[in-house]
Design a protein around this ligand. Structure first.
Ligand code: ZN
Length: 462
């Protein structure tokens, strides 16, 4: 069986949980490589020890040992009621605050608002109120939908939502669900390793295309990918990929674009084994697509290296694909590190600078509906109504992009290391100063592009 890749955030989460004194005495072992044996079975010795531990906790809490008690105990004990997802590394709440499909659809129909998978009922309520829904109407709707024994006119919104959460957690209604389902004693903390965000990816037999593409577009945002990102998201979620998954011909983690025209169908098995590898067929395809559509296969910050690779590839009978991958990977690290320095040194000004020059320019992508051909080529079908949810998609894109810089910086167990040379650091220092003074000055962007060209030349020739 293929070993699953566990997200680094999840590895950190596991260590923090095990270290927390709340869990002192709860059985766990380590493998020979030092990693935690988080997963066990109920029948195993460790599983049995875990059950006894939780039974004692239940007694301390005054709970009877009956079905559902472990879920309750492990939820009550959990230090911050937030759990990291093993697959994607995102955090979700353990409380019953996420909308189930039917409830979500009902809200879409009634209020024309589309909640995303990470939206809690609190987020949804805020958004609905912001878009002009009356508080009175919303309270009445909630109370009625969940048949709560509350008077909507006198009960505050907060209390209604709290009652919704409890009603669903106790199982009498299922409008809301948790970020991760209970799973004790199989999992040390008592919850499934994958969260709601990645559930449909993991449960075989269930496939939700929108969720599949959801985790992927997130990756594109994290990698600051160029391309028509909104069209790519829509195409990935379309019927063209009903039985397969959409694969970036050039991996976005290496700096290739997120664009519907640069995608291909792939069986899910192939996709997970491919990861960020680049083979000859891919390079051939990328070169052809560039010619056909007259756009670059890579994002702006990887252009110098990509040009080098193409030239080398066409001259060599035996091109070294591992080297190509490493060059692009190093460049990606350096690119993200420069972004990190900018944000670290200039704070809000840096956010303004990056948003203004690199993110807001993509706002346009979100403004249209597209029709696709099988190749992924598209034409604009119509202008979308700029609703709150369009804006929200864009805001989410900005938020994920900016947050990813910090997350990227904090991963320190990479095999490939990168060192930025002194002359380049000097230029970065100058850029930082310029951004501090005038975040919107276009000479900032010119210098930033210049810095990225220097970095790529360093990677190629030093
Ligand atoms: Zn996830």
């Amino acid at each position: 069986m293929a070993e699953k890749i566990w997200h680094e955030n999840f590895l950190m989460y596991m260590e923090n949980i095990v270290k927390n004194p709340i869990y002192t005495g709860l059985a766990i072992e380590r493998k020979s490589d030092g990693s935690l044996k988080w997963v066990t079975s109920k029948k195993s010795k460790i599983g049995q020890q875990r059950l006894i531990w939780a039974q004692n906790k239940a007694l301390e809490m005054g709970l009877d040992i009956k079905p559902g008690v472990y879920a309750k105990v492990m939820y009550e004990l959990h230090p911050n009621k937030e759990k990291v997802c093993q697959i994607c590394g995102q955090t979700m709440e353990l409380s019953y605050v996420y909308l189930n499909v039917n409830f979500s659809n009902r809200i879409l129909k009634k209020f024309n608002f589309s909640a995303d998978i990470f939206d809690t009922i609190y987020d949804v309520t805020d958004q609905l109120l912001n878009q002009g829904t009356s508080k009175k109407v919303l309270k009445e709707f909630y109370v009625k939908y969940l048949s709560l024994d509350l008077d909507p006119t006198t009960t505050p919104m907060k209390e209604i939502i709290r009652q919704m959460e409890i009603t669903c957690r106790e199982g009498s209604k299922n409008a809301l669900g948790p970020g991760a389902m209970s799973n004790f004693p199989d999992r040390y903390d008592g919850f499934h390793t994958y969260n709601r965000c990645c559930r449909s990816l993991e449960d075989s037999g269930r496939s939700k295309e929108n969720l599949k593409s959801y985790t992927k577009d997130r990756r594109a945002y994290e990698n600051w990918s160029d391309g028509n990102i909104h069209a790519a998201n829509k195409f990935m979620g379309s019927a063209f990929f009903a039985d397969t998954s959409a694969d970036h011909i050039g991996p976005i983690s290496l700096g290739f674009i997120h664009d519907s025209r640069f995608l291909q169908p792939m069986s899910s098995g192939e996709n997970s084994s491919k990861r960020d590898r680049l083979d000859k067929t891919d390079i051939d395809k990328l070169i052809l697509l560039e010619q056909e559509y007259q756009i670059s296969a890579v994002s702006w910050f990887a252009q110098v290296i990509w040009d080098y690779i193409k030239a080398d590839y066409q001259e060599n009978a035996e091109p070294n694909l591992t080297v190509y991958r490493e060059l692009l990977k190093k460049n990606m690290l350096a690119f993200m590190e420069v972004l990190w320095i900018i944000l670290e040194e200039t704070g809000e000004n840096g956010q303004e600078f990056l948003t203004h020059f690199y993110l807001s320019t993509k706002m346009d992508n979100f403004k249209y509906n597209y029709v696709f051909e099988e190749s992924g080529d598209y034409s604009v079908q119509s202008l979308r109504n700029i609703t709150d949810s369009t804006l929200k998609e864009y805001k989410r894109f900005v938020r994920i992009s900016l947050n990813s810089v910090q997350e990227f910086h904090e991963k320190d167990n990479r095999k490939i290391k990168i060192k930025i040379s002194k002359p380049i650091l000097k230029k970065i220092k100058k850029l930082v100063k310029m951004i501090q003074e005038h975040p919107y000055d276009s000479s900032n962007q010119i210098l930033h592009i210049d810095i990225m060209e220097d970095i790529q030349n360093d990677i190629l020739y030093q």
